[in-house]
Write a protein that binds this ligand. Structure first.
Ligand code: ADP
Length: 316
């Protein structure tokens, strides 16, 4: 004979039992008040004799009935709320799976389109005139943008589903940040901005995924460039013993204090949004940093600039 499986307590069961305990405690309070009033002789049991006693008992019976009916009604409401919550959660999961599948399916055709456009631009199918080159380059730019968005959507859904796998290896942060500064220099120059670094002479190494950390720092520096009109971007690395800290500061438009946390949520963009972007870079960055057991946050003064801080422990 098969042994009955022990029932696993779900979040729904836990919520319901908490509700019962709360309700039981609530019911005890009027009883305790009655006991207290009798104890301090506010009223004595003798007043319960005769007609008064009958009324009192009737009142007690009605109160108990009220409590029981109230409990049934409240339990019903709580159950409906819990069910609605479960449905919402399921819907959310289905939506995430849908986004993941669609973006996954989009990746291959996009790669093929990009390859074909690159071949055309490289003159593999004959020399192109200036008139033909212009729309071709526009298509290349837009395809690259679409590829970035698809990549970001895939990353964010992997982070949320806990499916983003890191390859841990020693990462020399000086090398990594120098590389990031170099690769963003061109974009900064185009906008008349400088990119400077301040790195300690002693090597600072952490265990982590170099490519993913690169992605985080590049995103922060590119954002800093995007939202800065004049001045520059400063990348600083400091060793705090148990953790390394990377500060990426800019002299840009800044972020209002009430938005400093919100910008790490999916699709959140604040201020004028004429800049290219999907609102996914910071949630992905936070996901990657947290997978390294680190922290990321932003500090800012509107009109003066922002500072994004990444703290990464040395160990895995
Ligand atoms: P995206 O840059 O694609 O819009 P992100 O998630 O990287 O998405 O950033 C979210 C929002 O945070 C940006 O749209 C912008 O409003 C704000 N933000 C990020 N970095 C900065 C910065 N350095 N200065 C000012 N605002 C910023």
């Amino acid at each position: 004979m098969q042994a009955a499986k022990p029932r696993v307590k779900t979040a729904r069961d836990r919520l319901l039992s908490q509700f019962y305990i709360a309700f039981a405690l609530m019911s005890i309070i009027p009883l305790l008040i009655c006991c207290y009033l009798i104890t301090v002789k506010f009223f004595t049991l003798s007043i319960l004799e005769g007609l008064n006693g009958f009324y009192f008992l009737l009142a007690v019976a009605f109160s108990i009935l009220g409590l029981v009916i109230g409990q049934l009604l409240l339990r019903n409401v709580v159950q409906q709320l819990v069910q609605a919550n479960v449905k919402l959660e399921q819907f959310h999961q289905m939506q995430d799976a849908f986004v993941h599948n669609v973006t996954h399916e989009l990746r291959s055709p996009l790669t093929i389109i990009k390859g074909a456009l690159d071949n055309l631009a490289d003159g593999l199918h004959g020399t192109l005139t200036a008139d033909q080159l212009e729309p071709l380059m526009m298509s290349q730019r837009e395809t690259a943008r679409l590829k970035r968005i698809v990549g970001d959507l895939l990353d964010v859904s992997s982070v949320e589903a806990g499916k983003l796998r890191l390859v841990h290896a020693p990462v020399a942060l000086q090398d990594c940040l120098q590389g990031v500064a170099k690769s963003c220099e061109g974009l900064a120059k185009e906008r008349g901005l400088s990119v400077t670094t301040e790195l300690p002479p002693a090597p600072v190494t952490i265990m982590g995924d170099r490519d993913r950390l690169n992605q985080v720092f590049i995103n922060l520096v590119v954002n800093a460039i995007k939202f800065t009109e004049r001045g520059g971007i400063h990348i600083r690395l400091t060793d705090h013993g148990d953790a390394a800290q990377i500060d990426i500061a800019d002299t840009g438009r800044g972020i209002p204090s009430e938005d400093l946390e919100r910008i790490f949520d999916k699709f959140e963009r604040v201020g004028p949004t004429h800049q290219d972007g999907s609102g996914l870079g910071l949630p992905i960055a936070r996901g990657i940093v947290e997978l390294h057991h680190g922290r990321i946050w932003a500090e800012s003064r509107v009109g003066q600039g922002s500072r994004f801080v990444v703290r990464l422990p040395h160990g895995p």
